[in-house]
Write a protein that binds this ligand. Structure first.
Ligand code: ASN
Ligand code: ZN
Ligand code: CA
Length: 332
């Protein structure tokens, strides 16, 4: 029977109508992406173990945009995995999470009203709950990019998920999750420096995290202090998220894709941004070349300066901006 790679349609919950790469076998289609390492999307149907069932149907149109259709969240997850794969490939020349061309897999509809998503190294997979009341699946682009990036960190620097290295691990996922969102350039979910702005995770429609001023979430650190490593890793990440925003966009007020930011500095200094594309290259080079499992904030400053020197030279504006952005978040 006929077997081949197809372009199907995803009617997602967060990203509108998108192309999805699927697999046709005879008269049946599955959410299997053979063009990106064989990534597959499974429906756990509220279970919490195993792989449930591979998304499979006689039509190549997935979901209808509503959460009551089980294929909708699957379409979001498949789209997120697809865009994340392409972001790493096109931005860094990285061929999948392990840079070996092998895809991970995604599981949707985990548990009941489960308000989280997670990456798991042992299954090499990412998993999404359906959110509060099962109405806000955790399958937005930035969250998918965040979770998949935990796989990249685990297979590169291996940053330990505790203390300052844990904050750097979390920030790496927020930084690249944001990179994915800008890369996808989807009109229903344009790029921003907010994390989880689509998933209503607090029930008030507000984002989960803010990179321009991390303390806006009520828990994250804007600046380094000697106790920052005692915070939960999703809060100590604030220092590096703030560094990344300042390096990309600079300090002060700015509106991007209709979202207004106002990024402060520890010492009142003015930071001039070098643009997100260069900031991403510097972070990726640092992560994959200089970070180790125990890199702390002081080490991250050194590592990103080394990366900037490699990429742009040690007397470049980019190198100086890296130093200025770390100083602005009190990392010297
Ligand atoms: N969604 C969370 C994260 O990726 C799950 C966790 O706390 N590890 O960080
Ligand atoms: Zn995370
Ligand atoms: Ca976002």
């Amino acid at each position: 029977q006929y077997q081949g790679i197809e372009t199907g349609v995803g009617n997602t919950h967060y990203s509108g109508k998108v192309d999805l790469t699927t697999t046709q076998s005879g008269s049946n289609y599955t959410l299997t992406d053979a063009s990106r390492g064989g990534h597959k999307t499974y429906n756990l149907d509220h279970g919490t173990s195993g792989t449930g069932t591979l998304l499979s149907q006689s039509s190549d149109t997935w979901g209808d945009g509503t959460v009551s259709n089980a294929a909708t969240a699957a379409a979001d997850a498949a789209y997120g995995a697809q865009e994340t794969w392409d972001f790493y490939k096109k931005t860094f020349g990285r061929n999948g999470i392990k840079n070996d061309g092998v895809g991970a897999y995604s599981r949707v509809h985990y548990g009941n009203a489960y308000v989280n998503a997670f990456w798991d190294d042992s299954c090499f997979c990412m998993t999404y709950g359906d959110g509060s009341n099962n109405t806000d699946p955790l399958t937005s682009l930035d969250v998918a990019g965040h979770e998949m990036s935990h796989g990249v960190t685990a297979n590169t620097a291996g940053l330990e998920y505790t203390g300052e290295s844990g904050g750097l691990n979390e920030a790496t996922s927020d930084i690249f999750g944001t990179g994915v969102e800008f890369y996808a350039n989807n009109p229903s979910d344009p790029g921003d420096y907010l994390i989880g702005e689509k998933i209503n995770i607090n029930g008030d429609g507000k984002p989960l995290r803010y990179m321009d001023k991390p303390s806006k979430d009520g828990g994250s650190a804007d600046y380094w202090s000697s106790s920052v490593g005692n915070l939960d890793v999703h809060y100590s990440s604030g220092v590096a998220n703030h560094f990344f925003y300042l390096l990309s966009e600079g300090s002060g007020a700015k509106t991007i894709n209709g979202v207004s930011y106002d990024s402060p500095t520890h010492d009142g200094s003015t930071v001039t941004g070098i643009g997100r594309d260069k900031a991403l290259q510097i972070w990726y080079k640092a992560l994959t070349t200089y970070f180790t499992s125990t890199t702390d904030y002081g080490g991250a400053r050194k590592a990103t300066l080394s990366a900037a020197a490699d990429l742009y030279g040690s007397s470049s504006a980019e190198y100086k901006a890296v130093a200025a952005a770390w100083s602005a978040v009190n990392v010297s």
